[in-house]
Every structure is written in C-alpha cells, then in structure tokens.
Design a binder for this molecule. Structure first.
Ligand code: TYD
Length: 137
C-alpha cells in the first residue's frame, strides 16, 4: 500500500555557486533532500529515441538531475500523471516511493544523474504497469 502522489514530487532548486570560471552545484544529503544518499548512478550515451525507466519503486527515494543536456520525465501515481522537462543542472526532481516513472526525449550528450536513498535492490522494483496499479489500489 502506498499513497504517494505525483504532487509529492517537487522540482527542487539546488542552488548554484557561480563565478566567471563556471558553476558548482552542491547536494549534501539530508540538507536539501528528505533522505540520506546511499547510491549515485548516472545514465549517459543514451541513443536518440530511446526511453528509460518504465518502473516504480516500493521504498526508494531518488533525486533525478539533468547534469548535462535535457530529458523529460513522466511521473504517474496510478491516478495522476505529470511530465517534467529537466534541462538545468541546478534543479532536480524528487521521486518518492510508489511512483511510476519513464524517462524520454534525451538530448544528445544528456547525462541523467540519480541520487538514491538505498543501494540497488531488484526486489524494490515494480516493472509491470498493471502490477503497479494493483500495488497503488
Ligand atoms: P534499470 O534500473 O532497469 O534501468 P532504467 O530503469 O534506467 O532503464 O537498470 C538497468 C540494469 O542495470 C539492470 O540490469 C539492473 C542494473 N542496475 C544495477 O545493477 N545497479 C543499479 O544501481 C542500477 C540503477 C541498475
């Protein structure tokens, strides 16, 4: 049972330390995020037209950032859907547990950085959309 909705998935401004030689964005666990970071991974070299994601998680919190380039993320809680374009490295979308997500329309050279609350656990995935809908009932 999981009652989280897409409205619990805000776009979070991460801030930017700017100078003329470039920018730094800092993400410190638990200061800007409602979870401690236990895993970082990133998607890159995504061929044009490919999509990723297509699953939900039972317990995992994630912050998803377009560290380079842009892509769209569809969030779906079984009742509501929301599409967000991520195209700035100083903003991230919080994806709480119990949300189906799909990533698509990656720009050339896009890097999708993911900060996650747990180490990889295949048991935490729901990969079948009908099972996801049953889980959300
Ligand atoms: P998957 O999460 O299905 O990719 P996406 O949702 O982005 O399309 O992961 C693809 C493969 O990588 C799958 O075999 C599981 C493996 N994987 C790990 O071993 N560890 C991880 O932390 C992640 C994210 C994936």
């Amino acid at each position: 049972m999981n009652f989280n909705s897409v409205y619990n998935c805000p776009v979070i401004p991460l801030g930017k330390i700017h100078n003329r030689a470039g920018n730094i964005t800092v993400i410190e666990g638990e200061t800007k995020l409602p979870f401690s970071i236990r895993r970082i991974y990133y998607l890159y070299d995504i061929p044009g037209g490919e999509g990723r994601g297509g699953h939900g998680h039972k317990n995992l919190y994630q912050l998803i950032v377009a560290a380079s380039g842009s892509f769209n993320i569809l969030l779906d809680d079984g009742a509501n859907k929301k599409i967000i374009t991520l195209n700035r490295p100083d903003y991230g979308v919080l994806v709480v547990p119990g949300i189906w997500r799909e990533l698509f329309e990656f720009s050339s050279g896009a890097i999708c950085l993911v900060l996650a609350s747990e180490e990889y656990n295949a048991e935490d995935y729901i990969r079948d959309y009908d099972k996801f809908l049953s889980y959300k009932q």
